[in-house]
Design a protein around this ligand. Structure first.
Ligand SMILES: Cc1cc2nc3c(=O)[nH]c(=O)nc-3n(C[C@H](O)[C@H](O)[C@H](O)COP(=O)(O)OP(=O)(O)OC[C@H]3O[C@@H](n4cnc5c(N)ncnc54)[C@H](O)[C@@H]3O)c2cc1C
Length: 283
């Protein structure tokens, strides 16, 4: 059950304001007949499923169906730092899993009672997450490539990071080769720096840790978070890839549809799915 706290109260107030002043994004949805034949079924419209579905549907000869267990996102999903995963602990937009208390890690999560959450909504966990944008450490990509994974070296993945982003933060000339504009995912720096952040960054500088753009090849230093937002609103991969794709005739999204089984043929190839929609098992 949701516990009372100033944070919860503020979150509820912001949710009401968001719902009042901003219309929620409505994704076009369909209800497919049984035994419909498509080229691809994507299970889940989360961070990954949305990109996969949107990109597959760029091939106009392929019919793509996305089955999503959750429903339409609420208006307040657009509001940055309204973490409805953690601020509201009984929402239908989230699947909650109980986990064992951790001795060393995740001490910050003690107050949410060891709950592990995942989005159950269009956009998946990308609709409920904290939107921090961090590409990772270049050296890790190099290590993966040298371990026999072609295409995972930093130079190759950088091309795709740049292709997807629309960076709206301040930019130093040394960082420019790593950043790009005009892609589908907005990336912004948190614009409001509370005094404690400014002090922490100054303290870092005194210790020789310069303020850096950590989404470049310089990942040691201090920095303010970068977020996946555009004009201060959350951007999910569902906004960036699925929604534009749904304007195509060959991509359909069916919501409130929980896949329960992947159907295989005699050669162990996936040929369909069984799912529950409105309390009925369908395929
Ligand atoms: C509270 C929270 C905060 C986070 N903060 C950050 C952050 O700041 N920065 C960051 O980079 N990452 C963050 N993450 C992690 C990040 O959001 C996830 O790693 C990412 O979204 C996972 O993507 P995914 O496609 O694997 O799964 P999801 O995005 O969770 O998508 C899975 C989708 O599949 C649907 N689904 C599942 N099972 C079925 C089924 N059987 N049938 C039909 N549909 C199904 C679900 O409803 C969901 O929509 C956070 C995650 C959470 C939960």
């Amino acid at each position: 059950m949701t516990k009372f706290s100033v944070g919860n109260l503020l979150a509820a107030f912001t949710a009401i304001l968001a719902g009042t002043f901003f219309p929620p994004v409505r994704y076009p949805t369909s209800v497919m007949p049984d035994d419909i034949i498509v080229d691809f079924i994507v299970v889940g419209s989360g961070s990954t499923g949305s990109v996969v579905a949107g990109r597959l549907a760029e091939i106009s000869e392929w019919d793509v169906l996305v089955l999503e267990a959750g429903g339409q996102p609420p208006a307040f999903a657009k509001v940055p730092f309204l973490h409805f995963g953690t601020d509201f602990t009984n929402t239908s937009y989230v699947n909650y899993y109980k986990k064992r208390p951790q001795k060393y890690s995740e001490q910050f999560a003690k107050n949410i009672g060891g709950l592990y959450m995942r989005g159950k909504v269009i956009g998946g966990s990308g609709t409920i997450n904290q939107m921090m944008y961090h590409r990772g450490i270049p050296q890790d990509y190099e290590n993966w490539a040298t371990q026999g994974n072609p295409g995972w070296d930093y130079k190759t993945v950088l091309k795709y990071f740049k292709k997807t982003e629309d960076y709206q933060g301040p930019l130093k000339s040394r960082d420019a080769p790593f950043r790009a504009f005009g892609g589908p995912i907005g990336v912004e720096k948190v614009s409001w720096k509370p005094p404690v952040c400014r002090v922490a960054i100054r303290a870092g500088e005194e210790m020789g840790l310069a303020e850096v753009d950590y989404n470049t090849d310089t990942t040691i230093g201090s920095a303010i978070f970068q977020l996946t937002t555009k004009n201060r609103e959350r951007v999910t991969t569902a906004d960036a890839f699925l929604l534009p794709g749904l304007r195509r005739r060959n991509l359909k999204l069916q919501i409130n549809s929980q896949v329960i089984k992947i159907l295989m043929d005699a050669e162990n190839r996936a040929i369909g799915v069984k799912y529950v929609h409105k309390n009925k098992v369908r395929k």
